[in-house]
Write a protein that binds this ligand. Structure first.
Ligand code: HEM
Length: 227
């Protein structure tokens, strides 16, 4: 019988907190896109009746806001992990690869089927790091504009507490109409990102055969043993 000696070892890449927030965020984004689309373009309404208790728009807005706060919580937790979690240090090291032009060139060659994958010091390749960074900027913007819209719906509790600063953000953006536009444009950027993100994840997992997609589920990927 042939002796199959495994040439790969498993490497723990993503902590449980990181993986959980990734998937909660993914579900939250899907639900926010669906409910947000409805809020912007009311494509269904309950049958008109004399009892004014249907309030479908208000109910969907309520769920949009609840899930919006789940997304904000995930964002805050990820922010905390990035700066204070020991295991997330590996994400920091990706900055070294990001600043190295040779890694950029090698990575682009890899995507064009013109060369091998560069050896990375961190967990993300430079293109991946740049796109994730941009994604977090857009995510921060959609959360911020979401909070500005929120203070116009609820004026008590948290809504009251952040009312003044959010009104200042609104004025800075040139009014509520602009805030809405930015909120909506961010949605389209996020939708585009998600499609490219899933495509790239599958591409890397299939081409690299290193369980790149497993890592965000089990935490482990399978790297070639270096001698
Ligand atoms: C992926 C994240 C999100 C997406 C895709 C999204 C999408 C949308 C869209 C398309 C609208 C309709 C805008 C319009 O045409 O006027 C909207 C409205 C709104 N969003 Fe979001 N949103 C997101 C996150 C958030 C967050 C984090 C909050 C904060 C709690 C939030 C709160 C609101 C509120 C209060 C409205 C206004 C509802 C109304 O005018 O009745 N959103 N959202």
């Amino acid at each position: 019988m042939a002796n199959h000696k495994p040439d790969r070892i498993s490497e723990y890449e993503f902590s449980i907190g990181l993986r959980l927030t990734h998937w909660i965020r993914a579900v939250a984004i899907a639900l926010l896109v669906l409910s947000g689309y409805y809020l912007s373009y009311v494509f269904a309404q309950p049958e008109v009746s004399s009892t004014p208790t249907l309030f479908l728009q208000a109910k969907i807005r309520m769920w949009h806001q609840i899930i919006g706060f789940v997304l904000i919580a995930c964002f805050a937790y990820k922010f905390y992990l990035f700066f204070f979690d020991k295991l997330s240090r590996k994400e920091w090291i990706s900055i070294v690869d990001f600043l190295n032009p040779f890694v950029w060139i090698k990575q682009i060659k890899y995507y064009l089927f013109m060369g091998k994958h560069p050896h990375l010091k961190g967990v993300y390749n430079p293109l991946q790091f740049a796109s994730y960074f941009f994604f977090y900027v857009v995510l921060a913007l959609i959360c911020l504009t979401g909070l500005v819209l929120y203070v116009h719906v609820y004026h008590e509790g948290l809504g009251g507490l952040i009312y003044e600063p959010m009104r200042a953000v609104e004025a800075y953006m040139g009014g509520l109409a602009n805030v809405r536009t930015v909120h909506r444009v961010c949605m389209w950027i996020i939708m585009f990102f998600v499609v490219v993100h899933v495509y790239m994840a599958v591409f890397n997992a299939v081409k690299g055969r290193n369980g790149a997609m497993d890592a965000i589920v089990s935490g482990y990927k399978y790297v070639k043993e270096e001698h």
